[in-house]
Design a protein around this ligand. Structure first.
Ligand SMILES: [Zn+2]
Length: 238
């Protein structure tokens, strides 16, 4: 059987595991004005630039920090798609995301930069999973896609063999931050043949097809939205 036949595709990619240890706070995060901080003498160019541009930053609400392992296991609930679904400027939506998944990047904590990263993930989802829909107001700039993919090459994730009694049984891709985890997640979903649609009711993006538990023709993200759209149609028909 050829290695590219459909049935064997999944088992070909199966030994590759994507993981990231997320840092979260049960109280979530909030926005604070940055405290003046003195940079260490060996601060990187990036750190110096970030320190120069003032602006509110995101901080955990308390010292209660928890660690949790994220992995790429199912297409029906991707962290990247959740992030892409936060509407630009919707701070409550952003805080809900951060409370669950923690900081997007440990050194990039400026609010406007986090929004920029959110826009990047939206472009990756649109460019690689190809959703089409009515999000015209915030239609992502797909011309940015090559640059965003190149980022991964410049700052690749760590990776190592998974050994069991000396036998390699897989390859673990260990992401350095949540942003990178989401980038890699979209890439793996793309290689897994995932496609994305936009819900005709709530306008959220969702993955359809094999491995997602949703039909390739699905136009609603959930039963809740299907029923709500049905009720709305009935109402307007009366
Ligand atoms: Zn929906």
């Amino acid at each position: 059987m050829s290695a590219t036949t459909k049935g064997s595709q999944r088992s070909l990619r199966a030994p590759v595991r994507l993981s990231f240890v997320a840092t979260t706070c049960p109280e979530g995060m909030h926005i604070v004005e940055p405290e003046a901080q003195s940079l260490p003498a060996n601060a990187s160019f990036m750190e110096q630039q970030l320190a120069k541009s003032p602006g509110p930053v995101l901080r955990f609400k308390s010292d209660r920090i928890e660690k949790g392992m994220l992995s790429y296991a199912a297409l029906d609930d991707l962290v990247s798609v959740r992030f892409a679904n936060v509407r630009e400027g919707d701070l409550d939506g952003l805080f809900r995301f951060l409370r669950r998944f923690g900081q997007v990047h440990p050194t990039v904590d400026k609010v406007d930069v986090v929004w920029r990263l959110q826009g990047h993930i939206l472009v990756l989802v649109a460019g690689l999973l190809g959703f089409q829909g009515k999000r015209s107001r915030e239609d992502p700039d797909r011309a940015k896609l090559p640059d965003l993919v190149a980022q991964l090459e410049k700052f690749p994730p760590l990776s190592k063999l998974i050994l069991e009694e000396g036998v390699p049984v897989g390859w673990n891709i260990e992401c350095r931050n949540l942003y990178q985890f989401m980038q890699m997640e979209v890439l793996l979903a793309h290689w897994d043949g995932a496609r994305a649609h936009q819900c005709h009711h709530c306008l959220d993006i969702f993955v359809v097809g094999r491995g997602s538990g949703r039909s390739k023709k699905a136009i609603f993200c959930s039963d809740k939205c299907r029923q709500a759209a049905f009720r709305r149609r009935n109402k307007s028909a009366k």
